[in-house]
Design a protein around this ligand. Structure first.
Ligand code: GLC
Length: 502
């Protein structure tokens, strides 16, 4: 069997409103992405994933969709979308779009009709509520004028659909076809484990993402993905779907990627693992023993950037670890998802002024939680303020960039062999040469405490999470290291790719 493109693909997440603004309104857009396609090709990724660009009141950065078949004027037009897909394909890049099936925006015509008392069975209206909480804080129920309440697992502006209603199924099959007909190569499925809720909506003690929760991961959800898989398989060109599945068990995760369901699901256990060799090793073993096609991800638009996560108070160590984790991730069997800006070594921006914050998490927690804006600060392309090349001329970006972004800009890093950007380019180029010629399987080699050595055919990857330098495993050639080696020693917070002849 031919290996499908997505099996070892490196997919680059574009948080559209923060990537590049061509129109000059301070918000990123589709035309901005199109202008940067040469950059993405040069970076060496295989595909881009676009976060929602659909018409939306932006209560949750576009994850509140008012029209599933359009483009918000803030992001452009459908022709801009078509031009972007065509341009991406010309650059050898596949395009994955985000689909948000758990909830719509409260501005969606179906919800507006429901407020008028028409078609409430498309959502989850009840006379009485239960004790469920919104993921963003506060009750998961909002009362409407006539006294009924509707369920929203996220913001009140994001009412949950009733997936027990066949009309919802039909609508989403049509939406998938709409975008597949326009040439998309795949879908990223938002809150993929959310769609069904346990019958009777029982109260819960603990609302975290658990395989056994009545809120998440009900068995009926798998029927949806079987329907979707048939649609995807009906199109030529290996169209795929990757699920955003938060759960506490790798066995549960594996259910979503059975052969007749989704092609991939995000592996958040990898991103949640602390900076620790045994923790990393456990996730790798659990993943490879449970799912047929592994994926790996370190950062996305919902979590603290991994440079900051690995060493909150020490940006230098944070960056060393971030690069070492990247090199390790790229050596693992399966596909890798990158988040825009990690190739520049961007940190989480923790000191955004409250007045600038836009994430509903900040508002629903009444300012107790900072929310996710800190990983969504627009990309610095050049050294020049006020937007560092993110927007034209003197336009200010929708979130302020810290002054330190000038030093981290693409302009500053391009061509500097010691920069994070050039390191990413080298790593992705090296991986591209290797990925399909080495076995999908991985073998562990004996290693000192706090260190991982594994091999895939001729490739050896070594990662030092410990406090002391360790001797490199036997090898014939050093391919690439995330930081300087000391002779035959691998320093702490460093990873290396080695080749051995046999
Ligand atoms: C997903 C998205 C996140 C959004 C939430 C609700 O987790 O990644 O950004 O807030 O779903 O749609």
């Amino acid at each position: 069997m031919d290996i499908p493109w997505w099996r070892d693909a490196v997919v680059y997440e574009i948080y559209v409103r923060s990537f590049a603004d061509a129109s000059g309104d301070g918000v990123g857009d589709l035309a901005g992405v199109r202008e940067r396609l040469p950059y993405l090709r040069e970076l060496g990724v295989d595909a881009i994933w676009l976060t929602p660009f659909y018409p939306s009141p932006m209560a949750d950065g576009g994850y509140d969709v008012a029209d599933y078949r359009g483009v918000d004027p803030m992001f452009g037009t459908l022709s801009d979308f078509d031009a972007l897909v065509a341009g991406a394909h010309d650059h050898g890049l596949r395009v994955v779009v985000d689909i948000v099936p758990n909830h719509s925006s409260s501005a969606h015509p179906w919800f507006q009709a429901a407020l008028r008392g028409e078609g409430r069975e498309r959502y989850l209206f009840r006379d009485r509520t239960n004790n469920w909480q919104s993921t963003f804080g506060g009750s998961a129920w909002t009362q409407v004028e006539d006294g009924q309440h509707y369920l929203h697992l996220f913001a009140p502006e994001q009412p949950d659909f009733n997936w027990r209603n066949p009309e919802v199924h039909a609508e989403f099959l049509d939406i998938l076809r709409f975008w597949l007909d326009r040439g998309v190569d795949g879908f990223r499925i938002d809150v993929a484990m959310g769609l069904y809720k346990a019958e009777g909506l029982p109260d819960v003690g603990d609302q975290s993402f658990k395989a056994t929760s009545p809120v998440w991961g009900q068995p009926e959800v798998h029927g949806v993905y079987r329907e979707w898989r048939k649609v995807l398989d009906g199109y030529p060109g290996e169209r795929m779907a990757v699920g955003e599945v938060w759960t506490d068990s790798s066995e549960d995760l594996a259910l979503y990627v059975r052969p007749d369901e989704l092609h991939q699901s995000f592996n958040f256990a990898w991103l949640q693992a602390p900076w620790s060799a045994p923790a990393f090793r456990k996730v790798i073993d659990d993943t490879l023993s449970t799912v047929p096609f592994a994926t790996w991800v370190l950062s996305n638009h919902d979590v603290v950037r991994h440079r900051t996560r690995y060493a909150a108070d020490d940006p230098v160590t944070g960056l060393e670890r971030a690069k070492a984790a990247l090199l390790t991730m790229l050596a693992l069997p399966g596909s890798a998802y990158l988040y825009q800006g990690e190739e520049l070594g961007l940190p989480e921006v923790n000191d955004l002024p409250d007045a600038a914050r836009q994430d509903p998490v900040f508002f629903q927690s009444k300012g107790e939680l900072p929310g996710r804006d800190g990983c969504r600060v627009p990309i610095p392309w050049t050294v020049d303020p006020p937007s560092h090349g993110f927007a034209p001329g003197g336009v200010r970006p929708w979130l302020p960039q810290p002054a330190a972004f000038a030093e981290l800009s693409v302009e500053k890093q391009e061509g500097d062999a010691g920069s994070t950007l050039e390191f990413y380019r080298r790593a992705l180029a090296c991986r591209r040469d290797l990925a399909r010629s080495i076995p999908y399987t991985l073998e562990w080699l004996k290693s000192p405490e706090g260190v991982l050595f594994f091999t895939r055919g001729p490739l050896i990857c070594a990662l030092n999470c410990g406090a002391r330098p360790v001797r490199l495993p036997e090898h014939d050639e050093v391919l690439l290291a995330s930081g300087p080696l000391r002779g035959d020693l691998l320093p702490p917070d460093t990873a290396v790719w080695l080749r051995r002849a046999s």
